[in-house]
Design a protein around this ligand. Sequence first.
Ligand code: ADP
Length: 394
Amino acid sequence: MSAPVLVINSGSSSIKYQLVDGETLEAATTGLIERIGQDESVLTHKSDGERLERTGRFADHAAGLEAMVAAFEEAGTPLAEAGLIAVAHRVVHGGERFVQPVIVDDEVEQAVEALSSLAPLHNPANLEGIRVARKLFPRLPQVAVFDTAFHATVPERAHLYAVPSEWREEHGVRRYGFHGTSHAYVSRKAAELLGKSPKAVNVIVAHLGNGASVTAVERGRSIDTSMGLTPLEGLVMGTRSGDLDPAIVFHMHRRTGASFADLDDALNKRSGMLALTGHIDNRAIEAAAASGDRAAQVALEIYCYRIRKYIGSYIAALGGADAIAFTAGIGENSAEVRAGAVGSLTALGVQLDEAANAAGGPVISTPDSPITVMVIPTNEEGEIARQTAALLER
Ligand code: ADP
């Protein structure tokens, strides 16, 4: 490995990690620590074909990362001998300040903490991973890479909400957008697949996982994206409603007396496909729809319709697109969702090739389609490692 980076994605009760080469973006080792703080935690570690599983009680993130270090000793290259250039951390919210990756020091740590009010579910968990890793690897640079950063180029017309000025000026209310590392990586790969420079093409990326967002990328720069102040806006997701009339919140508060915390929970965790079908997992929803479940059929229509509306509006926002790229769990695997999302956009320049779509691409449009439609597996850890290596080279 020429630029080995340990990439850490720290959640509230889980940590994903990968040892990635910041130049080739290949991962030599991947791992997942789950159920931190619960009775039985599990660590799964994969390195060059070897698979290791450890169960035990990891009381906190520090215990989890110590178990990770031990796993590297057993399978793969021990971290101390891996020649790491940095430990890189995924941080969800960078606010207006962090528009590039940064080397973490105490001041950056405090700034990330201050941004927790904008991402209360994510930033504190990301920060916990940073704090523990700084202690565990005191001699290595710790780099924070922000999910919002790629969208720093979204212009005012797309990032400002028409709300009172003090909301915007004193409370940070604006569109930030998320999944930035994925949109950055996939839009660059899409340009590569077209055989062009990212600066020469307009790409629409649909990142469809449990969370989902669409981004309009104009000549390499994000100019609009469907998520907003938080990841709640935009597409219908696994458990999030996506776009709705904000007055629904007031209506439900007045009618039921539900607190804002309840309503927040309802829209983020009990809405979306879960509310429409009883399932979060798209495979279960597609299976239910195929077996005649009407609610699942309608939910998939709603899901695809919302994506279609965003893609149509982003073709308009960009004044024309060269490519549409689908990525993440659903985007990479569901031919049905892809067809539902773009199959009817022939008048806008999309000619889907049904057989290629069923086969999974990478190109799933006909050779003469004015817009090339693609399936591109995302690589967020690879992109984080790449950005980290680039930062340290400067
Ligand atoms: P996360 O946002 O948690 O990283 P992923 O990108 O892994 O999520 O996407 C998870 C979603 O992908 C789930 O809804 C899952 O059902 C869906 N998915 C995974 N494989 C398939 C498949 N073969 N067909 C349809 N959907 C799939």
